[in-house]
Structure formats: C-alpha cells, structure tokens
Design a binder for this molecule. Sequence first.
Ligand SMILES: [Zn+2]
Length: 657
Amino acid sequence: MTAITGETRMTDAAGAPRTHDHPHEHAAVPVAPASSRLVPVPMTDVRIVDGFWAQRQAVNASATFAHALHWMERLGWIGNFDLAAAGDPPPRAGREFADSEIYKLMEGLAWEVARTGDAWAEETFRALTARVVAAQSPDGYLSTRFGGPGQAARYSDLEWGHELYCAGHLIQAAVARLRTAGEDDLTRAARRVADHIVAEFGPDGRDAVCGHPEIEVALAELSRATGDDRYRAQAALFVERRGAGRLRDAEIGSEYFQDDVPVRDATVLRGHAVRALYLSAGAYDVAIDGGDDALRAAVEGQWDATVARRTYLTGGMGSRHEGESFGDDFELPSDRAYSETCAGIASVMLSWRLLLQSGDARHADLMERTLYNVVATGPDEAGTAFFYVNPLARTVPGTPTSADEPSARAASSQRAPWFEVSCCPTNIARTVASLGAYVATVDDGGLQLHQYASSEIATRLPDGSAVRLAVRTGYPVDGAVEIEVLEAPVRAWDLTVRIPGWGAGATIESNGVRRAVEPGYVVAASGLAAGAIVRLELPIAPRITLPDPRIDAVRHTAAVEAGPLVYCLESVDAGTEELARLRLDPTVPPRRGEGDTVEVLVADEAIPGAPWPYGPDGSASPAGREPLMLVPYHRWAERGPSTMRVWLPLPEQPAGH
Ligand SMILES: [Zn+2]
C-alpha cells in the first residue's frame, strides 16, 4: 500500500520497477546487493550532526568502544588470540563465541574510522588486527576455541561451537574495512578464512551447517565486496542445507536452529530470534544476487507474518526466554518478553535489505520503530551499561548490577556493564557507528530520505550528478523537519520523503505551498534548485495505541506513543510500584510534558488484597484521576531500579456495555 509508486519515477517507461546494478560495490555501505530498486548511499556521504542519533554516535565513539575493549582485555577474550598464536594449551577465557565479540568491535571501529577518521579507533583496529591474524593457522583456519593443543578438533561441535558464526563476524568486520579503507592484514586474513570454509564446506566437502547462522550473511556480502562468486555460492549452499535436520537435535528442538523446515518452505520466523533473523538476512542476500525469486518471496512472506503476529510494539522480537526464541502467533507477554537487543539489530539488518528491494515504507517504519525502541534502549546514557533483554513490563524493581562483574546474560533487570554472553554491547557499537548508512538512498529519479536526523548529505545519483542536502530537525521530539538543498542536479530530480505509518495528517511545504500527505513515500518536491527549502511537519502529538485483541497478554490495555517513540510508566514517576492499579483514561488525549515526556490521566484503583486472586467480582475501588508522567521507553531504568509498564490497564467496562 505504501510502496513507492511511479509517482517517484522509480518505474521505467514500461512501468516495470527499474533495478540498479552495482556489482562489486566498494562504497562504504554495510549492504550492497548486486541489484536493487534503491541504491544505498555510503555512510560517509551522510553526516549525522546533531540530535538523538548524533549524541548516541558521540557516546559510542567516546565511551562504548573503549568500554568493550577494556572488558574483553580484562576477561582475557582478546588474550585468547595471543594464546592461540603461541600455541599454548587451554585454559582459554570466555564462552565459545568470545572471538566474535572482538570481531564485532572491530567492525564498529572500521565504521568509526570511516565516519570520523578517529586516530584512536584506527590505532585500536590495527592493534587488534595484529593479534587476531597472528592466531591464524597456515591453512587459513582461525579460531581460539577449536583445533589447538588440548582443544576439541575443528568442526567437532557444529551445533554449539559457533565456529562459523565467529568466522562470519570476522568476515563482516573485513567487509566494513575493505569498503572503507581497502585491503589490509585483516581483510586478507578474512579472505583466507572464507577460502578455507569454501574448501571445507563446499559441494564436495562437509555436508553441514553451523548451529548459529551468520556465516551466510557474511559470505554473501564478502562476495559482493570482492566480486568472488564462490562466497555467494557457499552462502547459498549453507542456506539450502538448513532445514533438513543436519544439526543433531537439541532437547529444545531443531526449530531452535531453524533446522526444522527449509528456509524456502517456512512461512514465519521461529526458533532462536537472532539466529532466525541473521539467517533470513543471508537467505535474502543470496536470493537477490542469485535471482532466486522463490527464496526471495519466502523471506518476504516470513517478514510479513512475523511483523503481523510475532513482534512487540517496540519492534522487539522473541517472546520466550526458553531458547531466546519467537513464541507462537500473538504470544507476546510484556513481562516475559525476551526481545533481545541483538534481535532488534538483526531485524534492522533484515528490514533494510527488504527496503532496498521493495521501496515499501513498512520496512523503513519497522527499522525506525526498532532503532528508537530496541537499539536505543540497549545502552544507558553513558554508553557503558546495556540491556540484553528488553521486556515491556517489570513488576518488581530490579537489583543494581555489579559494576565489576560480568552479568549472567538475561538475568539482569538493570543495564549491566558486561555479560558472560556479551553479544549485545558490541552489536550496538557496530550498528550505531554505521547508522548514517540507513538515512538515505538514491535512484535514477532522485533521493529518498528514510530516517530523520539533523544531517548533512552529500552524495551522487546513479548518473553521477551531485546532490547535497542539509536536514535540520529536533526529531523525534519535534516533528518539524527542514530540508535545504545545497546542491542539485541540473536535470529533473525528485526529493522523496517517508511519512511513517502513524503520520496521517503530515504536511509538506515547498515552493510556498503547504499540502497534506498520506503515510508512505511521497515526492516532497521535484526539480528543486540549490537554495530551495522543503518543510515537513510530522504529527508527533502523543497518541493512544490499542493491541490486537488476539494478544491475550495485553488485552484491555493501551499504550502511549508519540512519533516513533513508545512510552512507558515507571514507578519512580508513579508513586507506587504496583503499576497495574493505575488505569489509563483513554478519553483524555495524552499531551506533551516537559522535554521528551508525555502526560496522561490515570485513575488509581486500589486493589484489595485477597488470599485467592480469583473470584466473581474483580472490581477495585475507583479513585480520582490524576495526571502522571510517562517517559520514552528507551530511557527506562536510567534512574535506578523501578517497576515499569508500556501497556497500561484501561478502566473496567461499566456493566451492560
Ligand atoms: Zn545479544
């Protein structure tokens, strides 16, 4: 419904969507499909200069990288490479996937060097490279966990060993480096790893897959970055092999590994959420580059079904702690939500790939929702403590985490400085550093703005003509977005903007004319010359959102959103930890409070204590209504232990209604 239409000149004369071929793309982008409807813009062409994401990029740069480095040095995870290089026997530090955290940090550093040219980031990247490559075996194999003296044999535990998963993250770091700085020791080492994997797991090699998908999406992108099709073919082979029960069945079931049903036959995402989403991203990449329309349609259908039935209001995915997995349809409990930060990041990865092909605003909408309400929720303000899981309610205040001890993964109810399983902090680091890549795209017809941030965009359309824009906005707390054209093609071109799904009532002003526009992609103006200014006004007044009645866990509740932000009530603002007794008055529209807060009216209905919590009459005693402050969900728990709710109970229906 919201797909970019011919109006944007994204179709050719015959009306068929025109795709752009850009093989072996060396631009600084995380994803460069062999062909796509929208062409990704290098992250180096987009400078986010102020506001919500600029602040987070600054914190990421100044605090998160060094924090992650400190912890991984201290815990010996980086030292594992030194031990492996020296051929020392165990003990090795950390979990079986610890290598991947160093690689994700390196990927983040590579993007950061490209973004800012930061000398410390470059120096750190090189220092880590030296230690990593020293651990590589002469035949290309690289792992600190397997194959060394006193260690289990290579590929002896594909279900749980994470060997190819780790290799995948090394390859992703190398792709980031290759596209931003060119070949170096890390990119050469990663290619040798990839060559080793192709030799080992190719058509005539081991007929196996890794328990944790990741190698697929990594090899597909390496193929794009190097022009070597063997890597794409290997990624495609891994995708095809999955779903036939090759992984020895875990107690938890083969669905956990997505090894229950072939990717092309599955109808919805299931099992471990991060695995399912990484696998889908890789499957989509090989489908696009290989022209596999059936596989492509399968992934698109899985995205649709998963978004419609298995996704939280925040964009969070994964509702079961057991197996960190998706639940059944509409099984979306707030308090037991898993919604791992990494699953949010993986969802952004998948949606971006779909958006480049579809030009469908729903894909960018979910990215925005997930970025603001899952990815931004992960780190604290200082960028040195993190949520692993992101529930939508907490009924007891959490306990502060130790600043000095790694937390057990999902156990912490407060952000923790580090985890035994610490996938999320480094995933945030690499994502935040590369955010500029997701702001805009181009096509033959012009430029599309997908995400709103005060930014400077200086890029080229596919025909080489230069476009320069300055975007100024206080989004997401302010709905006004001003886009100034600094340099424009001499030929006809369109400036296209995204009106989010919640944005009915938005207006665009250009050439002195203001007009109302509908959600979806809209041509804001055509043929703008340098000096022209377009003003977009997005309706970010707070609004009440109701859940699908099939989501039993939040029946008869409502949430408050404003713009892309989901709001929550915290006990530090409520005056009680028992938030369930506060009933939202839906007849009084929520209104903006101070700063980014929202004010709502609630009735405090004291709930009588009872020895048995069930009975014929659940009525509580109503009390007067009072205003209460809600805060954006992304900054909950910033003020110490608190109870919290996103979904607020509604008043009981009067009898007879
Ligand atoms: Zn994680």
